[in-house]
Write a protein that binds this ligand. Sequence first.
Ligand SMILES: [Zn+2]
Length: 275
Amino acid sequence: MTTRYLTQNPCYRLGRTIRVRGLMLHSVGTPQPDPLVFIRQFDSPDYTRACVHGFVGPEETWVTLPILETPGAAMRGWHGGMTASNDAYIGIEMTEPDTIRYTGGASFQVLDREAALVHVRQVLARAEDLFTRLCRFHGLDPLADGVILSHAEGGRRGIATNHADPEHLWTGLGMDYTMDRFRRNVAARLAQPSKEEDLDMTLEELLDQLTDQQAHQLMQKAHRHAASLPEPDWSQTEGGWEAATGLGLTDGTAPERPAKRAEVAAMLHRLGLLE
Ligand SMILES: [Zn+2]
């Protein structure tokens, strides 16, 4: 799980707090698996359409508004389209596979069902995990009425706009997955001991137990976070990154990620300095 708050979004700038009464599950409604695409889009002062508390992708879960800082409280988001849900619910978006094509509304064509199912199952496992963590932190009972709702269920209760997500995705892919199953799975996970309690060891003990390969995975996780950060102001002012991108020295993505030795050599080579 990675934290990257949408600090540029006008909703974040308002900084209102809600008392958490429940959790709402959404699906993005567009065939884009990568949470960072949405995070970059949402993290802008001009983006007034929505502001959600997190995005779940197949490989990573991103927390995008403060939801795990104070038990019982969260920053208010814009996800349910109505005050009744935005004032009381944490809203989490799941990404969707790029092997479907929307044909209008919540209807879509399936280009590769097996690939789509792999994506949806990975995302669901991560979403169940995040909702378990949120229930534990905020003291919520996942099986109590109205605690965990989909956007579609919120719509039927009159507390959210009339959307079909995320059930439309499961139905359209012919899965036998339902919101009831989601709630039951979260409740079953909640009955297990907390993973955080297992991590009651010192940093030295943790590092000692990590293999080099696991440590490398940890570094890759840190690099994924670094890759999501925007170009710093000083760099924009100096214009060096823009010039390097213009010259084709770099592809212009991930200005804050560390360079690898092979990448440095490639840049020197592109400059003709190795002839
Ligand atoms: Zn929704």
